[in-house]
Structure formats: C-alpha cells, structure tokens
Design a protein around this ligand. Structure first.
Ligand code: BG6
Length: 517
C-alpha cells in the first residue's frame, strides 16, 4: 500500500487482498503487539485487505492457551485501534489467532513452531507463506533468525515465501549494525528481510514522494539554485517515560537520527527514481545518504548540538521533573535528550544547501515537520514597501499532527501604500481525504505481505546511517558534556541549538500549527 505501487483489484480499482499467509509474532505478549500490530491487522481487516486465508500465531514465554491469548488481545484492542472497533471483523480475527509458548533461545521452540505452522497451513488450506515479525527486545534479533533458519523456516524451496520483519534499533553503532546484517544474511537473502522504520509508514511521508514527483511545478525549483536551506524537526513533548534502561544507552542521536530523521532527509533530497520499484527508490535514497559529507572532529564541535532537559513547565502548566530525576536515570547522567546537526549533501542538486536536523524530548509540543526555505526574491523592487527584508517563501511539509502542506508567500496588503504581508496557503490531508483509523503499521504490514519492500530499509541504508552519526558519537563520547542539564523541560532546547542557525544568519522556524509553537 505504498500507494505508489499498490496491487489493485482490476474489477474495482482498489487495493486487493494480500496473498494468504501466516503471521507469526515473536514477542506476542509485549507492547508492540497490543499497541500496534494487532490493531493494524484489525484495521486491514476492515479495509478488506487481510488475506482470505490468514492466521496469526503468537510466540512468547507467557503461559497462554489459544483461548487465553485471544482474551488478552480482546482486553487490549479498544484502546489502541485508533478508531471504531468493527466487532464482526474483530471476532473473525480473534478466531484466527493462535498461540505457542516457547523460549526464544531453545531450539525445540522452533521445531514445535515448524510443526504448528505445518498443521495450521494444512488445516486452513493456506498457501504455506510465513511472515515472522520480531517484536522482541533487540538482543534476540541475532538469536531468533539463525534458529528459524536451522529449523528450515527461512527456506523458500517449496515455492512459497518466508519473510522476516525487524524494527529498530538495528545495532548500537556501525560495527554492531554490520554484525547484525551479517548474521541475518547468513540466514536468508536480503530480499526476505524487511527492516521497519515506522516513520516510512506515515502516510504523509509517502505523500512527499507524490508531492515531489507528481507535480510539474515542484521539481524544477527543487535544488540549490532556488532553495536556501532545509529544516527537519521531530519534536516530542513526552519525556523518557518508562524506557530508562534503553534510553540511557541510546540517547536522542542514536534513537532518532540514523533512522527516522535520515529517512525523512532521504525522501526530501533523493533524485527521482526510474520507477517506484523497491530497489529503484532505495538505490536513490542510498545514493543521497552516501553524498552527505562526513563531519570532521572540528566540524562536530560547530555543526552539532546536544542537550539534556532539566525540570520545567509544559505549555499546559504541568510541572515535570528533569531527565536526571526520572525513574531509572543516573543522577549524573550524560545522556542527551536533544540533538541538532547541520549536514551538507555533496551533490550537484544540493551544493551549498545546509540541512538542519533537530530532535528532542520534553519540547513544548509534539510535531514533525520539514520546512524548505526558498531563496529570497531580489528586493530592489520592493525596497519602499518593506522595512527590512522581503520574507522568503517557505514550504512546510507537516508529517504530524495536522498532516498537510503549507506555503507562505508575500502579498500586497490592501490600501493605497505599497505594503507587503506574508500569507499562508494551507492544505490539510484530513479536510480533503478524511481520515481513517490507523496505527501507522497498516501500510507496512500489507506491503510486506505483498513483497513490496519500497518503504523498508535495506542493509546499506542502516550502515550509511551509522556512518553519518558515528563521527558525532565519537567526539561526544570523548568530550563529556559540561553543561547538562542545559534546557528546561517545556522549552525549545538549549541556546546552542539556536546558535547553530543564528551563526549562519538563519533561525528555526517555530511550529505554526502546534501547541506551544
Ligand atoms: C521511536 C523512538 O523510534 O520513535 C522514541 O524510540 C520516539 O523515542 C518515537 O518517541 C517517536 O515516534 P512517533 O511516531 O511518536 O513520532
């Protein structure tokens, strides 16, 4: 359902059902399963996109029977479905849900799994296709894949497909990411591996491709001759929540930049692909990521900023503790909760155009936005009409919330004197196309069932992502921060984040449509 290469039902000109398969979730008792995966399956079912022959098989260590597993899912679903629950479809899905208790590290789990899959395929008369989703802590990725292979569960010899989905973190640094890729490649071919970056499942991210490549007015000016700079912001108002042990090790840079922010950058900056085939699109993304100039240690000092939130007040008046006061966080923690970078793409299209990236927790609002600022029009004509400068045109691609596209331009203020004012043209996806219940995983699961890997990351994307951030991680590691905490919760991050742009004569564009903006 990447929307760009979706199989259509020829009779009705709408997406057709995915091919039959059994969907196996390792970690079926966990958070991802109940919050995202099962609600997404429900939403696919109500859109008529789940395979006609389909079963869900949960694997975990909890002591569930099939019935107890169904009751567990039934208790959780309403909260996370993102819309109305369709009772009939939900009952059908529950009836197709099964459970296998097992230890992920024991080979006998996989032997029982193979027998169970064989039995279910026979009983349901399914085609024999199996999709394995690793909704487990990342330490199991390199353990489960080889055991699946050893049990013969990654072999496609019988003419059916076997696919594996994993989700970030893909390693902790370049070396561990390479090691994980090596293990996976020993177990299966690259085209059987679907690495999820849930940002690529967001409808508006996919719409950026449509906006860029389906409109003849956009591409001709999408380059260094017309664009001054690009800002990519992923702001969160939440703090570290209950993820202290993961976050203390990761920090904002590892958690968000090599994956989500670079995925957004690649979609914005890639060259037009020859087609929307998975490899054509991903080759272009890989090329543009490889063209990002690695930062030298000196550049890390001037082109990167880190921050950690202290206690503060959110825009709704709630007082919140600082990062170091959160449960499970060290009282002298050096982990960053804010990161900003200035990157440069060494390509014909983007020569001299800075890309500013920032992300942080406990900022005043939750919003993800890409802002493209065009070069200024020559001002001479309007010298008398404006006091300072003619405002540049700004294109804002809003990913969340209020998904849409905004364009600011100059217009004449009515009246006898020649005055200019900035006006906004705004398009909201929900107003035009309505909205339907979604968790952000529907497209990705459906695409994987259809063998469309366009929105999934390839091994080379993961590695180049780490290559880009590793010089920053190295310098940050060698020079511990001396000023943490350096921003109050509920503010837009450390002062150095503002200076990063100010020293180039620019400033972050405040979020226009979110609280606290
Ligand atoms: C996850 C990060 O990948 O993305 C989290 O680990 C972050 O720290 C989340 O909160 C943000 O995703 P979204 O979809 O809420 O913007």
């Amino acid at each position: 359902m990447s929307g760009l290469a979706t199989p259509l039902d020829p009779a009705q000109d709408r997406p057709s059902r995915a091919p039959s398969c059994i969907f196996v979730i390792f970690g079926a008792g966990g958070d991802l399963t109940r919050r995202k995966l099962v609600p997404a399956l429900h939403n696919l079912a109500i859109q008529g996109l789940l395979p006609a022959c389909f079963a869900l098989l949960g694997v975990d260590r909890m002591d569930f029977t099939d019935q107890a597993f169904r009751e567990h899912l039934d208790r959780e679903i309403r909260e996370f479905v993102g819309g109305e629950l369709d009772d009939t479809r939900w009952r059908e899905l529950l009836a197709r849900s099964h459970y296998l208790r097992g230890d992920f590290l024991q080979m006998e789990t996989y032997q029982r799994l193979a027998t169970r899959l064989g039995g279910l395929n026979l009983e349901l008369d399914c085609a024999g296709n199996d999709l394995f989703y690793l909704a487990t802590p990342p330490r199991f990725f390199g353990e489960i894949a080889p055991r699946l292979a050893q049990a013969g569960l990654t072999s496609e010899e019988g003419g059916y497909w076997r696919r594996l989905i994993i989700e970030k973190p893909f390693g902790h640094d370049l070396e561990s990411a390479r090691a994980l890729n090596r293990i996976l490649h020993e177990c299966m071919r690259e085209d059987q591996i679907y690495r999820i970056d849930h940002y690529l499942g967001k409808e508006t991210v996919q719409n950026i491709l449509a906006y860029r490549f389906a409109n003849s007015t956009v591409e001709p000016i999408w380059n260094h001759r017309y664009i001054d700079h690009v800002q990519i912001t992923v702001a969160e108002s939440l703090g570290v929540e209950n993820r202290a042990s993961y976050y203390e090790e990761a920090g904002a840079l590892r958690d968000m930049v090599p994956n989500h922010l670079l995925a957004l950058l690649a979609v914005i900056a890639m060259e037009p692909p020859n087609s929307f085939g998975a490899d054509e699109v991903r080759d272009e993304q890989s090329k543009v990521l490889r063209a990002i100039q690695p930062l030298s240690p000196e550049e890390v000092l001037t082109h990167s900023v880190r921050g950690q939130y202290g206690p503060g007040i959110l825009p709704d008046g709630t007082r919140v503790p600082g990062y170091r006061q959160e449960p499970g966080i060290a009282a002298d923690s050096r982990t960053e909760t804010y990161a900003a970078l200035r990157l440069q793409i060494d390509s014909w299209r983007w020569a001299g155009v800075p890309f500013y990236l920032r992300t942080g927790k406990r900022l005043p609002g939750r919003f993800t936005e890409i802002m493209v600022e065009y070069r200024q029009a020559p001002t001479a004509l309007f010298r008398r009409a404006v006091k300072h400068r003619v405002s540049p045109n700004r294109l804002t691609l809003r990913i969340q919330p209020n998904e849409g596209i905004g364009l600011s331009f100059n217009a004449k203020v009515p009246g006898p004197s020649p005055r200019l004012g900035v006006v906004e043209m705004d398009f909201s996806y929900a107003d035009y196309f309505g909205s339907r219940p979604h968790t952000g995983y529907e497209t990705l699961l459906y695409d994987c069932m259809n063998g469309d890997a366009t929105l999934f990351k390839r091994a080379d994307h993961i590695e180049v992502g780490w290559e880009i951030v590793e010089p920053v991680l190295d310098v940050w590691q060698a020079l511990p921060p001396r000023d943490f905490p350096n921003y109050a919760a509920g503010t837009w991050g450390p002062e150095a984040g503002e200076r990063l742009l100010r020293s180039d004569g620019r400033s972050w564009r405040p979020c226009s449509l979110c609280e606290g903006g």
